[in-house]
Design a protein around this ligand. Sequence first.
Ligand SMILES: NC(=O)c1ccc[n+]([C@@H]2O[C@H](COP(=O)([O-])OP(=O)(O)OC[C@H]3O[C@@H](n4cnc5c(N)ncnc54)[C@H](OP(=O)(O)O)[C@@H]3O)[C@@H](O)[C@H]2O)c1
Length: 211
Amino acid sequence: MKIGIIGAGFVGRAIGKLATRAGHEVMLSNSRGAHTLFSLPHATGCMVGTVAEAASFGEIVIVAIPMAAYRSIPVSPLAGKIVIDTNNYYPERDGHITELDKHETSTSELLARHLPDSCITKAFNAIPMNDLETDGLPEGSAERRALPIAGDDAEGKAIATQLLNAFGFDVVDAGPLAEGWRFERGTPAYCVPLNKAKLLSTLAATRREIG
Ligand SMILES: NC(=O)c1ccc[n+]([C@@H]2O[C@H](COP(=O)([O-])OP(=O)(O)OC[C@H]3O[C@@H](n4cnc5c(N)ncnc54)[C@H](OP(=O)(O)O)[C@@H]3O)[C@@H](O)[C@H]2O)c1
């Protein structure tokens, strides 16, 4: 599969490296241009390009930039594509976004509003990238770590599941995109190692802070 990644920091590099190792073709990109990513092809096995190039290269596109910059993601090149959203909201980094502060929406729903013709799946946000690179276990391992996904599109969720499984993780489908708040920053499942059964019960027991 051809995967374009917008963002070439901790998340872009980790997913890029693992996806390349799993046999996918990956192009990483950032806002400053490919000349600033000179060493990455050697370090990760990925190609590098501009955001526009990564957006058109990818059969699927992964968004891995600070939340504050989500409105800079190009809209029309991603129309009709599966987009995987890894982003989290850190007001101390991103500035305040009132709807998120009030828990009226979630990060991935904001991205979906920005990309109305794309199919957004929320995945990879609830694990530190160091763990993503080191905690993977073969399928069937008793203590295999599980990670949550959410989305309204079955194909997008199937692709996220396929990638996570190849990287060594079980997956728990938390439901539609609007349920993605269940594993955002500050929730009990966020960045906590849990197996599938424990993640399922933790997500079900999570209550939303209102206001
Ligand atoms: N680090 C983790 O373990 C982790 C885990 C899960 C989720 N996340 C979330 O994933 C997102 C990315 O985190 P990160 O740790 O990878 O951040 P990071 O290390 O700071 O990297 C951000 C990348 O995005 C690029 N970028 C910034 N603005 C851009 C724009 N407008 N267009 C294109 N590229 C842009 C940056 O390069 P330029 O400045 O050159 O554009 C950089 O390559 C965040 O929302 C974070 O909260 C992080």
